[in-house]
Write a protein that binds this ligand. Structure first.
Ligand SMILES: [Zn+2]
Ligand SMILES: [Zn+2]
Length: 788
């Protein structure tokens, strides 16, 4: 019988209204918390910290539900699972929003005030974005910030920032950090350098201008460009060595229109003979290719775009104009001088900033770099030591590494982030590096030394820059594995057991964590990497506000409950293989299984529990279902070990609904009640019903933690189902071969009755096949067979 007062005997159906109480009980009892005694056999998950200022979207809800299933499965395996939740509170996403809300600018707002406003914004959001995770029943160790393993964390805490700084100090001491002035991706809206991994591309249409250059030969060359405003920095013209029609220009020079400078015309394989006239102009710098070519040709660049995103060409009419204005102005000037042959609209792909979506310009800036180019081969080799789920996702990382051509610019001229812990001697410019162990704020703190070691000067200036946000994020692996507080644990448990994350941040979060770990410790940060694809709408389209197809997880939870959403999340797709389609209808449909599971459990709970039974007393029908359970259970455990929860849910659902409920329960119903059967036969049925249910609830618990908890506590005890481990496999009597035959036979009887207009309980004469004779007593009872 149900032990619980609010048991399923009274509660006729599963209801989403039962969820909040279960969740708050978990929290009150600290059921997922780690205690210091819990450090045996750990499994450490480096959960992605979401941004604090954005609501949890359906993709988060879906993928964290899968991560939760991983954590819960590992607990059932007997692991002490470190499953912390962090909140990402550093960097551009916070700054961009704070600038909007407080109408401030990095260019004019004093630093102290700017930081204060960022903090106000963060306070406003507090941890409200965690509400969705909580309602979904995610089993993070702790919802409160706590400086210990498993504790919730914030990436802008002094603890976290001092760890980021410590990694920098170690890398610096290893000689892996240097400062250099070179052309880099610069966002003219965020006013900072950004790394290649922060560059996105936008497809658009733009004007292609065909411009007339005159040559030293006296003939004209027509050059097609989308960036005529860069003409002042035109350095060389290229044509392809295979391009016969342009060979005639070999050794000649051309005059740049309007600016009248002379540039060489040379052969270079980068020129595409099929693009425009086949002659290409190289300016400093339209894109990163220009950077490479000018460097290769040893040509000094001329910079015509300033950090403010405006033209910097003293003496020109373009000077001080914004880039787009300058482009239009230039077109007008060329037109007026008869130098613009034609203008056409062409498709165009150009780089934008991941955060502000503003255009990227290539501007030379002085930045601090972390070496990476020289370690590409080593990294490509080392990443083979990490297991990828699914295996094909390793290629995303390999492709990114293969494409790297410059070192990582880790400094940013922004305010809200981890400060770069460096000071400089005012006299000789020597860099002063502090010792790790403290959180440093060089722009407002004194240098950590009294005298410059080189020149003896006592005056220093602190570095004013902060780190690239990814330099912080790529520290989470160390933070969650106790680097700061428990070196023994860290040394034993690093590499971290698992990094689960999205494919869109393979090139940033995963790559940078891999790079830093390799440079710091000479090894990979993870044993396993789980990469997920995206959640899309019913038609397979990306969800976006502008398309109006966004599915809000809070709405789904409020309407159908978290458990229905979870049933959907494991219903038919493997998100490591493909994008997953989500709609209200799919969630509603998946939720029907909960009613089925509830009804099965409710029915079984009516019977007295039989814990033990003599082997000889178990009937053949019971042995058959125990065999199928045993097989299913072994398969599910194996699938769960490779995180194939969609496939284990499929196998479990088939067993629960299509075999156990549809056939076994029907076959033994009367026997369980003792109607027409001996006491021993009845006992065997009751033993089997409870045995199967107990196993099923545990097997479902990683995916459906709420309904299984309610049913478990109501039927099998006060201790949470989430404190259990996988039970021993039921004995396999090797009788699962009968499954298809039983299903086929039952169906043929039910169909025959239907055709004759009989009810299921009506008698019928039907021959039991020879190989099902051992089940005949149950079969006859189920179908009311009149023959013997
Ligand atoms: Zn930007
Ligand atoms: Zn000095």
């Amino acid at each position: 019988m149900f032990l619980d007062s609010a048991s399923p005997t009274e509660q006729k159906v599963w209801s989403k209204d039962l969820e909040p109480q279960l969740i708050s009980d978990w929290e009150k009892q600290g059921i997922y918390k780690l205690s210091s005694a819990d450090k045996e056999k750990p499994f450490v998950i480096d959960t992605p910290p979401p941004y604090i200022n954005a609501p949890i979207h359906i993709g988060h809800a879906y993928t964290y539900t899968w991560m939760d299933a991983i954590a819960r499965h590992k607990r059932l395996m007997g692991y002490n699972v470190v499953f912390p939740i962090g909140m990402d509170r550093n960097g551009l996403p916070i700054e961009v929003q704070a600038e909007k809300e407080f109408k401030m600018s990095i260019l004019t707002t004093p630093r102290e005030e700017y930081i204060k406003n960022c903090k106000l914004l963060l306070e406003k959001y507090e941890n409200s974005s965690l509400t969705t995770f909580k309602k979904l029943g995610i089993s993070f160790n702790d919802w409160n910030t706590d400086k210990r393993i498993g504790g919730a964390y914030e990436t802008d805490s002094e603890e976290y920032r001092r760890l980021t700084q410590e990694t920098f100090i170690i890398l610096y001491k290893k000689g892996l950090v240097y400062e250099s002035e070179m052309p880099s991706n610069y966002c003219t809206e965020c006013h900072t350098t950004i790394s290649d991994s922060e560059v996105e591309y936008k497809e658009d249409e733009t004007n292609l201008y065909h411009i007339r250059f005159s040559t030293s030969q006296g003939s004209d060359i027509i050059i097609a460009t989308t960036r005529p405003e860069l003409l002042a920095s035109c350095k060389v013209l290229l044509y392809n060595p295979d391009d016969q029609k342009n060979k005639k220009f070999k050794g000649h020079t051309a005059t740049v229109p309007i600016f009248n400078s002379n540039v060489k015309i040379i052969e270079h394989s980068y020129a595409d003979p099929g693009y425009g006239s086949g002659v290409l102009m190289v300016c400093s710098f339209g894109d990163l290719e220009d950077v490479k070519i000018l460097r290769e040709l040893k040509i000094q660049p001329t910079f015509v775009i300033g950090k403010n995103g405006k033209m910097n060409i003293p003496g020109s009419e373009l000077n001080g104009l914004k880039i787009k204005e300058a482009r239009n102005k230039m077109a007008e000037m060329l037109e007026a001088n008869g130098l613009l042959v034609k203008t056409e609209r062409v498709p165009h792909r150009y780089p934008i900033c991941w955060r502000s979506k503003g255009p990227i310009e290539i501007i030379p800036t002085k930045e601090i770099y972390l070496k990476q180019v020289e370690y590409k081969d080593a990294l490509l080799k080392e990443i083979r030591s990490m297991s990828f789920f699914s295996p094909k996702s390793r290629k995303l990382l390999e492709d990114w590494i293969n494409g790297i051509s410059v070192d990582w610019a880790i400094s940013r001229t922004r305010y809200y982030g981890t400060e770069i812990p460096l000071w400089y001697c005012r006299k000789c410019s020597a860099a002063i590096l502090p010792e790790p162990g403290k959180y440093y704020v060089p722009w407002r703190q004194h240098a950590p030394v009294e005298k410059c070691g080189k020149c003896g000067s006592t005056e220093f200036v602190g570095d004013e820059r902060i780190f690239d946000t990814w330099f912080d994020s790529a520290t989470s692996d160390l933070y969650v594995s106790g680097y700061l507080w428990d070196k023994k644990f860290f040394e034993a448990e690093f590499p971290v057991s698992l990094r689960p994350q999205g494919k869109e941040i393979v090139r940033s979060w995963l790559y940078f964590t891999v790079l830093k770990s390799y440079l710091l410790f000479g090894k990979m940060p993870f044993k396993n990497v789980w990469i997920h694809m995206h959640v899309v709408d019913e038609k397979g389209e990306k969800m976006s506000k502008s398309l109006g197809n966004v599915v809000d997880p809070m709405k789904i939870i409020n309407e159908f409950g978290a458990e229905a959403f979870r049933a959907f999340a494991f219903s038919d797709n493997d998100i490591t293989e493909d994008d997953v389609k989500c709609s209200q209808e799919r969630v509603r449909a998946a939720g029907k299984f909960l009613t089925k599971l509830w009804n099965i459990s409710r029915f079984i709970s009516l019977f007295e529990k039989v814990e033990k039974i003599e082997e000889k007393d178990i009937t053949d029908t019971d042995k058959w279902v125990l065999s199928v359970l045993s097989e299913t259970e072994a398969k599910v455990k194996e699938l769960n070990e490779s995180y194939k929860f969609d496939k284990s849910a499929f196998a479990l659902r088939y067993f629960t609904w299509n075999i156990f409920a549809d056939h076994y329960l029907e076959l033994v119903k009367k026997r369980a009640y003792g109607e027409g059967f001996s006491g021993a036969e009845s006992k065997s049925a009751r033993y089997t019903l409870h045995h199967v249910l107990k196993h099923l609830l545990v097997l479902w618990s990683p995916m459906l933690p709420l309904i299984t908890e309610k049913l478990w506590k109501g039927t099998y005890g006060k201790e949470s189902i989430h404190k259990q481990t996988y039970p021993e496999l039921p004995k396999d009597y090797k009788m699962s071969e009968y499954t298809d035959k039983i299903i086929a036979f039952d169906s043929s009887v039910w169909n025959a009755k239907k055709e004759k207009g009989l009810k299921n309980k009506d008698q019928i004469n039907f021959e039991i096949p020879k190989d099902l004779q051992q089940f005949s007593r149950d079969i006859m009872s189920l179908h009311s067979l009149s023959n013997g």
